[in-house]
Ligand binder design. Structure first.
Ligand code: 7TS
Length: 414
């Protein structure tokens, strides 16, 4: 069992985030929607400013100082993020727009040429649409089967279901590390080993885990993994696809054009080396630089301490929320296997109403299906209210949430 002690004082972290200094509706802003996107520390915002003010140029093509500086900063960021997830080589990291684009890259460039008609693509019942719809489309295109590992009433994957699921010819398992609705942390190492023993490759959706816990792609032994920069304190419009070198080398490019080629003739072209083979056109250089700085910021906070802090917030929030009558909390109650995401429903008050009342108190939460409609169906609800945390949140924020929910109940005379 992990230690629950908060090893670091995160009390001052909030000061690093300019937007958290403002008020909303005359109240202190309580930002509880990190699962949708995280706020940005000064150091990230400043790095983008510095790039545009003093180093801006296109990358990989200039022989002049600015372009060399921009290229170095872009490639340095790749190395920083490779270290952050402990990839063996920086060329195993491809810059993409977001987790969604990384998944689509794998669907087009790997799945369409490695999966056949009678094969199965396996996902889980808790996937975000980003890690579901691309596989629906791929399965339709290939005529292959699409199946799902089921979840139990507690919102955990049913590991006994693996035997049934892998009795078919599974070529790919596409699985989230952490559910964006339930907060469930899936036991990936065990599942990846099981998938590999049954001849399947594994794509991990780490959009909700990379910002919140130590991540080691070599230890996990995943084949592909995707991250969204905007959820881990970086800018939006930048994400990362990690792929094992031997797989990326054999894959065709996803997008075609400038920068991804080594040599072009009128009727033919040869592809660039990794990872540029997958980075067609002018990339999001400022985004990559900002994400590199964000990964440094998180590393300096220490990802074990980040996890411990969020874990204690989850434990506190579940205890406090359970004190409210007629609340239903979805997902595991055990903070050992739960990240900083808490979805709930308050009696029969619509989650949109709950979120609107909370907004009047300066509290930002998300309400809706959270881009996980099949999971909503599985839970038997059309929507939930969701509070999600990061290092800039504190018990004070959760106390405000609980007060806001009590007020909501009163307003709806519950
Ligand atoms: N995978 C998971 C598990 C996610 O939670 C999200 C976004 C994505 C993929 C897609 O990330 P994108 O950056 O490519 O859009 N999740 C959410 C959410 O829960 N609320 O808003 C976005």
């Amino acid at each position: 069992m992990e230690s629950i002690a908060i090893t670091k004082d995160f009390g001052k972290v909030r000061d690093d985030f300019p937007v958290l200094q403002r008020t909303v509706n005359g109240k202190r802003l309580v930002y509880l929607d990190t699962a949708a996107t995280s706020q940005k520390p000064n150091i990230v915002i400043d790095s983008i400013n510095e790039y545009y003010r003093n180093h801006y140029a296109n990358v990989h093509r200039g022989l002049y100082a600015l372009s060399v500086e921009a290229t170095e900063a872009y490639e340095e960021s790749r190395t920083k993020i490779a270290n952050f997830i402990n990839a063996k080589n920086a060329d195993e990291l491809v810059f993409v727009r977001n987790a969604t684009e990384g998944i689509n890259l794998v669907a087009y460039s790997w799945a369409r040429s490695n999966i056949e008609k009678n094969d199965t693509i396996l996902a889980t019942e808790m996937e975000h649409h980003s890690n579901l719809v691309p596989w629906q489309q791929t399965a339709k295109f290939l005529g292959s089967d699409l199946d799902f590992i089921k979840i139990d009433e507690d919102g955990q994957l049913i590991l006994d279901d693996l035997e049934r699921a892998f009795s078919k010819k599974v070529k790919l398992l596409a699985i989230t590390h952490v559910s964006n609705v339930l907060g469930t942390i899936n036991p990936l190492k065990k599942i990846i080993k099981y998938a590999h023993d049954h001849g399947a490759r594994v794509l991990v959706d780490a959009a909700q885990s990379a910002p919140h816990m130590p991540l080691d792609v070599q230890d996990l032994d995943c084949d592909f993994l995707v991250i969204s920069g905007h959820k881990m304190m970086g800018p939006d419009g930048i994400g990362v696809l990690y792929g094992k070198r031997e797989l990326l080398l054999k894959m065709d490019p996803f997008l075609f054009g400038g920068d991804m080629i080594k040599e072009v003739h009128l009727r033919d072209a040869r592809w660039n080396d990794l990872p540029w083979k997958f980075e067609a056109g002018t990339p999001n250089v400022s985004g990559a630089i900002g994400l590199g700085v964000a990964s440094d910021y998180l590393r300096d906070l220490d990802m074990k301490a980040v996890r411990a802090h969020e874990r204690s917030l989850v434990e506190y929030s579940i205890n406090e929320l359970l004190g409210i009558d007629d609340i239903t909390i979805f997902g595991p109650k055990d903070s050992d296997i739960r990240c900083g995401v808490v979805s709930f429903n308050l009696d029969d008050i619509h989650p949109h109403d709950v979120a609107s009342v909370l907004d009047t108190e300066g509290i930002a939460v998300r309400a809706g299906h959270h881009c996980a409609q099949p999971l909503m169906e599985r839970l038997g609800v059309s929507a939930t209210t969701r509070a999600s945390f990061h290092v800039y949140n504190s018990r004070e924020d959760i106390d405000s949430l609980v007060e806001g929910l009590q007020k909501t109940k009163k307003m709806f005379k519950k």
